[in-house]
Design a protein around this ligand. Structure first.
Ligand code: DAH
Length: 355
């Protein structure tokens, strides 16, 4: 038989076996086909050896080249080279399909290994204390109201009865964004927003971040947090204020907590007071934080000044109110014995992980 015809036959044989390998590159029999048994065990590697190997079919055909008359050799040689090229490409294509996706050196996924632990964060102590305080007042029927941190003079001072040149403004120096826009110095601005948005009766607490232009030290920082409280209805009294805040102190610090009220001054309340809790004088730290008295101030409070009600068109004859405000960092420092306010803002995990 002529060499050219044999080349055609070998190519046809290659195609048939390639078909079987393509169907099952792993060499397993193809289910449900008549040729299943025959295809069994055939892999790409077998194919390569059978056709391209040193003793393979192609090599045998190449060996016959020399026996051909000179003039037939170029044509047969060309055919042989084409067949070789064709086998190579076909085998490489099948192999490429079998290769797993991704870089070959990547180790397989072992689903039986224990998972990597997902590092859980902790809740910031200021957020924790805010939640605790909020929950106490929510149980008393208060709801939560939020207002802006960037504020006008009107909401931060004027409507709260701070006159333009009142010395109380000096105690709350802040950061000005423009002539009239500033970062609020307290959450009391929300009293005004709340009474403009909602009609009395009101019973709300207003948490948020506040700002002051202060020298930074262990006790003061340029930003901190407060919770403000406001109750407006027809017959509030100093007695109701005291009862509410005493209940609050006992819920937060324990049922045997003693409280006392001292007269104080805030432009937006009249009368005004500060509430202290009895901290004790057992340790040296107790002496230091209570300045030797055993008592510790935790909040400011008072009956809402009639001018504040007038500023939001609430009739001070018909309505009365009381308000209070406290610093959250201070409450957290007391609760956990934290000695420096700056820890709250450094984001140091060694500090944060303790809560
Ligand atoms: N806004 C006051 C401050 O930042 C705290 C305060 C005192 C709030 C008395 C009140 C209040 O609502 O009645 O120092």
């Amino acid at each position: 038989m002529s060499l050219l015809a044999d080349i055609q036959q070998v190519r046809a044989a290659f195609d048939r076996r390639l078909e079987a390998v393509r169907a099952r590159p792993d060499g397993l029999p193809v289910a449900g086909t008549a040729r299943a048994g025959q295809a069994s065990g055939e892999t790409v590697e077998h194919l390569r050896i059978a056709f391209l190997g040193r003793k393979g079919k192609l090599a045998a055909l190449f060996a016959r080249l020399g026996t051909l008359p000179k003039e037939e050799r170029p044509e047969a040689g060309q055919q042989l080279n084409q067949a070789k090229e064709y086998f190579h490409t076909a085998i490489e294509t099948v192999e490429a399909k079998m290769r797993p996706e991704g870089p070959a050196e990547e180790p397989g996924l072992d689903l039986t290994l224990p998972g990597d632990p997902i590092p859980l964060g902790t809740i910031h102590p200021v957020t924790q204390i805010e939640e605790q305080i909020k929950n106490i007042f929510l149980r008393l029927g208060f709801s939560v109201f939020y207002g802006p941190e960037v504020e006008t003079e009107f909401y931060n001072f004027e409507a709260l009865n701070f006159q333009q040149d009142h010395p109380a403004r000096d105690m709350q120096d802040t950061f000005y964004i423009s002539e009239d826009l500033l970062l609020r110095t307290h959450t009391s601005n929300n009293q005004i927003h709340a009474m403009q948005t909602m009609k009395p009766p009101l019973r709300i607490i207003m948490p948020g971040r506040v700002y002051r232009n202060e020298a930074i030290s262990a006790r003061s920082y340029c930003t901190f947090h407060q919770i403000e409280g406001l109750v407006v209805h027809r017959n509030t009294s100093m007695g109701e204020l005291k009862g509410t805040l005493q209940y609050f102190a006992r819920e937060l610090y324990g049922s045997d907590t003693r409280t006392r009220f001292r007269p104080s001054y805030f432009p937006f309340t009249e009368p005004s007071a500060e509430m202290d809790i009895y901290w004790g004088l057992k340790t040296e730290t107790d002496y230091r934080v209570t300045k030797g008295t055993g008592w510790l101030e935790i909040l400011g409070c008072g009956m809402v000044h009639p001018n504040v009600l007038r500023a939001v068109d609430v009739d001070p004859i018909e309505w009365t109110g009381y308000a209070f405000g406290m610093g959250l960092e201070r409450m957290a420092m007391l609760k956990w014995g934290i000695g420096d306010i700056r820890y709250f803002y450094e984001g140091d995990l060694r500090f944060l992980r303790q809560f």
